[in-house]
Ligand binder design. Structure first.
Ligand code: ZN
Length: 539
């Protein structure tokens, strides 16, 4: 994800300089968070054999930042999601979610994450099961205990509501001509029942039925298209496992534009039909950007890529797997210099390697996604537009102590704070984490750093990995014990000295930095955020 920077003043945009971080970042406004007691972690292990009649409780997989996300006791292998769009954003979609999973414990009941929509029925292995809600979980009790290590099929008939509940944000995004999806970090379960944690990746099939005049596109490649009456069902399948947070479904009055990337890679972009001419010069850049990324880290990891241009004020861009979501507004007019928009395109593209193919094992590993995406965003700007990395990193160094004070160190970020309407996407995991990668390159040298990056995405392709895995690989490749280095750069309250730049000095965190962590009523950001919630209801 990248929060779209909004220029605060006409002066800032007219100069065409890169909008600074973090003060001009538009903060993503979110509803009040559910309170999450850490005590819940204890219940995560008690999934099996709940005493009969005991109250259903929400559980999680022990994520430090989102303790209620995910569920223990099973490993999802595949999702089959069917959505029927009624041709209006104000009515719920009818949906069927089928989950094939392998149990990892004997289960007399289990939880799915699902918090927005009406559940009509649940079947487990073809038999009706009882179900109830607990917090943001759907607790399912099958008619008999599922033995450990067995395949099970869970079918949930439900609605999927594109109208956000009060205080809930994320999931379906209403566009001017239909819907798109933005589930990062914890919102896939506002759309469909799932094991909503990146540590449980699975294959996906999407079947989307929409009335005539709409085009549906989802992650992966098209598998089927069937017309019946006045509607069409579009089927898409992923060839690689995917985290729920990266699911994408676009329904709109769209055109799908095809082109070819490196090695014949199919590239397809999804745009409102009326915007295709205006956006074509931007879309034409993708194959070259993929080739550039491949020259840095190796082969593109998936079966296809492309850009989904949503006509909606999301306030962010999102690396949904094989089909990155962009707000069209980023490309319209002259708000941002072209080189900067290019670098944002590369930011989302690089996430296909860093964050999508290699997923974070826990949300505290988010810096592995955003630090790397920021790194390649900055490297592209340096190589293609002459914007020196060193200058950007020197500025980041100066701000880093403030970012750590506001958001925590890169690999131990602070959680989303209830009532503050701010998520975990703070500068500490963007330029603050890219700064740690810069320090690493300074420390171990370019050749070792570049080998590390290539090895990382190849070793963990289609998997999940955490900060300790990265540290281990870096030590192995450089032939040095880097544990002290990483402890200081990723976990310390203060930014350590920059190798090779003893003159770089951090600015002490002050009131200004504290203020940056909260949305201000007076910023354009806050105003636009409010507008995004109230407008764009579409039909
Ligand atoms: Zn990002």
């Amino acid at each position: 994800m990248l929060l779209t920077p909004r220029p605060q003043t006409p002066e800032a945009s007219s100069h065409g300089s890169r909008p600074a971080v973090p003060s001009r970042f538009r903060l993503r406004l979110r509803g009040p968070r559910r309170l999450k007691a850490t005590a819940l972690l204890a219940s995560a292990v008690s999934v099996c054999l709940l005493a009969a009649g005991a109250p259903a409780t929400p559980v999680g997989v022990g994520d430090r930042l989102f303790p209620y996300l995910g569920n223990p006791g099973y490993d999802v292998q595949s999702y089959d999601l069917s959505f029927t769009y009624p041709g209006s954003n104000s009515k719920p979609l009818q949906a069927v979610t089928t989950i094939n999973a392998v149990t990892t414990a004997a289960l007399d009941h289990f939880n799915l994450d699902f918090a927005h929509g009406k559940v009509e029925s649940v079947r487990v292995d073809g038999e009706p099961a009882t179900f109830t809600s607990a917090g943001e979980d759907l607790v399912v009790t099958p008619d008999k205990v599922l033995p450990a290590g067995s395949w099970t099929r869970i079918t949930v008939r439900h609605t999927s509501d594109p109208v956000p509940a009060k205080g809930q944000d994320g999931g379906w995004v209403q566009t001017s001509d239909g819907l798109a999806m933005a589930n990062q970090a914890d919102a896939a379960h506002l759309v469909f029942p799932c094991n909503d944690h990146p540590s449980d990746k699975a294959l996906f099939t999407f079947r989307i039925t929409a009335p005539d005049g709409y085009t549906a596109v989802a992650n992966g490649l098209p598998a089927d298209r069937e017309r019946a009456g006045k509607s069409t069902t579009w089927t898409y399948r992923t060839r690689h496992p995917m985290a729920t947070e990266l699911a994408q479904v676009s329904i709109g009055r769209s055109s799908v534009l095809h082109r070819t990337g490196p090695h014949g890679l199919p590239v397809r972009d999804v745009v409102r039909t009326e915007d295709r001419k205006e956006l074509e010069p931007w879309l034409a850049k993708t194959p070259g950007q993929i080739a550039w990324m491949e020259s840095k880290v190796g082969r593109y990891p998936f079966e296809t890529y492309g850009i989904l241009m949503a006509d909606a004020s999301t306030g962010f861009e999102l690396e949904t797997q094989t089909l990155s979501l962009f707000e069209k507004e980023l490309f319209a007019g002259n708000t941002y210099p072209a080189w900067y928009v290019d670098s944002i395109m590369v930011h989302e593209l690089s996430h296909q390697w860093f964050g999508d193919s290699v997923s974070p094992r826990a949300w505290s590993d988010l810096w592995l996604n955003e630090g790397h995406a920021t790194w390649y965003e900055a490297l592209y700007a340096e190589e293609k537009a002459g914007k020196p990395m060193e200058k950007r990193m020197k500025a980041a160094y100066s701000a880093s102590d403030g970012w750590r004070a506001a958001g925590g160190p890169p690999a131990a970020p602070k959680g989303p704070e209830p009532g503050q309407k701010i998520s975990i996407f703070r500068p500490n995991v963007y330029d603050g984490a890219a700064l740690a990668l810069y320090a690493l390159r300074q420390e171990i040298g370019r050749p070792a750093f570049e080998q590390l990056e290539r090895s990382w995405v190849s070793l963990h392709r289609d998997g999940t990995a955490n900060t300790a895995d990265y540290e281990r690989l870096a030590s192995q490749i450089s032939g040095r014990d880097l544990s002290g280095f990483f402890k200081a750069w990723l976990y310390a309250e203060k930014t350590p000295p920059m190798p090779g730049h003893p003159d770089w000095k951090p600015t002490a965190p002050d009131a200004k930095h504290g203020k940056n962590a909260k949305p201000s009523k007076n910023t354009k950001a806050a105003r636009t955020g409010k507008a995004a919630k109230t407008a764009k209801a579409g039909k």
